[in-house]
Design a protein around this ligand. Structure first.
Ligand code: NAP
Length: 289
């Protein structure tokens, strides 16, 4: 008989996310072993517990999910998880990083944009591009060949985020831009066909007048679900609604695809025992969903 599918949830928050637990069951995990308050130094023993208990052929029925609201900590946990696998002995399990939903949200936003635009020729402005979701969205857009402007209120922060992405995609057509919502956004928006707002909750990053002045815009996606929305005039529930000639998506409008991607990513973990699903892998598996 097949062994049960075990998902080990490593969450850096004190209480492991109930949301992530429920999605895991809905995606086909038989048992979720949840750990909260996980710090990097706690990871080794958990990985060893995962890889030393079942024979190599059953290890694809054990997997690790890294969550928690702190995405930077999630990234550290992923490094630790990978460090303690023993691939040379076939002793490893697949792992998904989706701290704060950053990878699945960015993948859903970029996949949505790709339904309407040829990303190879798209010109995109990512507002809030220095945050975990914005950086991932910018990376995914750049990987698809889009020309990407990564916006921040501080040019130095935007430049640092661009360098991080460029270290992964040297050929990226990527530039940092100063994008203060209270200032002039016309240069940042010039010639853009796509604007993706990934700003902090409840902050307007793109006022309506600035958006309407950009005549080339075709798609706008806002990921902030807390009013006021990040792109003024976009409703959280917008899902391909046309607003002033531009297709609009709000955070809830993107949410359905985000959930599908999250579930597909969990299900994918149990197909093999050697996968590391980070932003790009999550984006790849979202094709056709
Ligand atoms: P975040 O780190 O909280 O913020 C992103 C960026 O917003 C920051 O780097 C900052 O950029 C800018 N910002 C912060 N405060 C600001 C202010 N007062 N005025 C102007 N800009 C400000 O965001 P995140 O975690 O990447 O998430 C992005 C958005 O996606 C959030 O709204 C979040 O709620 C949403 N989200 C949705 C889902 C979902 O399932 N639908 C999942 C995850 C996240 P600069 O300092 O560089 O200007």
């Amino acid at each position: 008989m097949d062994k049960r599918k075990l998902l080990i949830q490593l969450d850096s928050d004190p209480q492991p996310s109930v949301f992530d637990q429920i999605v895991a069951y809905d995606a086909g995990a038989d048992v979720v072993l949840s750990y909260g308050g996980v710090m990097p130094e706690m990871v080794r023993d958990k990985v060893h517990g995962a890889i030393f208990t079942r024979g190599p052929k059953d290890l694809q029925r054990t997997a690790i999910f890294i969550g928690g609201s702190d995405v930077a900590m999630g990234e550290k946990l992923l490094v630790e998880v990978c460090k303690h696998m023993l691939p040379q002995l076939g002793l490893r399990v697949s792992v998904l990083l989706d701290a704060n939903g950053a990878n699945t949200t960015a993948a859903a936003a970029v996949r949505t944009a790709a339904r309407h635009l040829d990303l190879r020729s798209a010109k995109a402005l990512v507002l809030g591009g220095t945050g975990p979701v914005g950086q991932r969205a910018a990376l995914l857009l750049a990987r698809q060949g889009a020309q990407v402007r990564l916006g921040s209120r501080q040019m130095a922060k935007a430049a640092a985020a661009v360098e991080r992405i460029r270290s992964k995609i040297p050929e990226a057509k990527l530039e940092p831009v100063a994008a203060d919502p209270t200032g002039d956004l016309s240069a940042a928006l010039a010639d853009c066909t796509l604007v993706l707002a990934a700003g902090a909750p409840g902050v307007v990053l793109l006022p309506q007048a600035a958006r309407q002045a950009c005549r080339t815009l075709r798609v706008m996606i806002d990921l902030n679900a807390v009013p006021p929305t990040g792109i003024e005039g976009v409703d959280v529930a917008d899902k391909g609604v046309e607003r002033n000639g531009v297709l609009a998506y709000g955070a809830i409008g993107i949410g359905e695809l985000k959930m599908k991607i999250h579930k597909a990513a969990i299900a994918r973990l149990f197909e093999r025992n050697d996968q590391v699903l980070d932003a790009e892998e999550v984006y790849a598996l979202s094709e056709g969903l």
